[in-house]
Write a protein that binds this ligand. Structure first.
Ligand SMILES: O=C(O)CCC(=O)C(=O)O
Length: 294
């Protein structure tokens, strides 16, 4: 599925864009379901197990920030989990079997859809080894103007950076306090139907969507079959049912990875957007720096 150059690029940068992965009919079906969900959200007044709402959401102008765990709510998202090109690509990157974890749909609506502050997914869910990745299915064209995912290349080989504020986990990096230079960040742009693959330790984030076009990114998380979480014990039946390729194993592969645990838990729960509310210095609230990064 992947060329040698793509595999090399992933290991060097910690990310990859692969075009033409989601079949057009499936893409159209997903968009239809999302449009229906947004329409239905007019009657939703508070965050719940599916909806994570923008602060300015209203019945007149529905603004959903994220649909949480969309795969638990509609079959079309489940059908995207095991797309052969996705499972093959991850298997080629890791050299072992692939297990599905979970899903989220970041909506980043036109006219200001929320930023995601710089972070490493690894800070949220460290495992016994770091062969984990999030696959982003581009449901719209991702361009510089609509807040594409941005990645700091090579940062997946660096330390796990502090994601705490005032002693509590906040799921975000204070770029100034950490002395982190994000000027070399690269935007992961591409046409709808492409996927992004980003390494669990790579530093990434995205600016608000100030364009007049949507930027919907469906993120599915996957892990190597032999990577076990350090912060939650899996329930066996669901765990083994999530294996998409390769052999099941009772022997976690343990490698010398840097780990910081996400405790004490974030003061604001519900989603990364809520966790990140307590971050002291917000990078993406500073337009000059945002312009420099994009
Ligand atoms: O939607 C984005 O641009 C960033 C997504 C992300 O990193 C996350 O939700 O953890």
């Amino acid at each position: 599925m992947l060329s040698d150059a793509q595999v090399k690029r992933y290991h060097e940068d910690g990310c990859l864009v692969v075009e033409d992965v989601v079949p057009k009919a499936l893409l159209a079906e997903v968009r239809t379901v999302i449009d229906e969900w947004v329409e239905r959200s007019r009657t939703v007044k508070a965050n719940d197990e599916l909806h994570d709402l923008e602060d300015d959401h209203s019945a007149a102008r529905p603004r959903v920030r994220r649909f949480k765990a969309p795969d638990l709510h509609h079959d079309v998202f489940r059908r995207m989990i095991g797309l052969p090109k996705v499972v093959e690509a991850l298997g080629e990157l890791w050299g072992v079997g692939v297990r599905y974890d979970k899903s989220k749909l970041n909506m980043k609506s036109e006219g200001g859809g929320a930023a995601v502050e710089w972070h490493q997914d690894w800070a949220f869910y460290p495992h016994t080894n770091d062969d984990l990745a999030a696959v982003g299915f581009m449901l719209d064209d991702m361009e510089l103007s609509n807040g594409p995912l941005m990645i700091l290349p090579g940062s997946h080989r660096g330390p796990v950076i502090d994601h705490h504020a005032d002693g509590f986990f906040c799921g975000a990096i204070d770029v100034e306090a950490a002395g982190l230079d994000v000027s070399s960040a690269i935007p992961l742009t591409g046409p709808a139907g492409a996927i992004t693959i980003h390494h669990v330790r790579v530093v990434h984030g995205s600016a608000p969507n100030l364009s007049n076009r949507p930027r919907r990114l469906l993120l599915h998380q996957y892990r190597a079959a032999d990577a076990w979480p350090l912060t939650e014990l899996p329930k066996w039946d669901a765990w083994t049912a999530a294996l998409l390729s390769g052999e099941e194993t009772f022997e976690p592969r343990v490698t010398p990875v840097p780990v910081r645990l996400p405790y004490p838990a974030a003061l604001n729960q519900g989603s990364i957007y809520e966790n990140q509310r307590t971050l002291g210095h917000r990078y993406f609230d500073q337009p000059a720096k945002r312009a420099a990064a994009t």
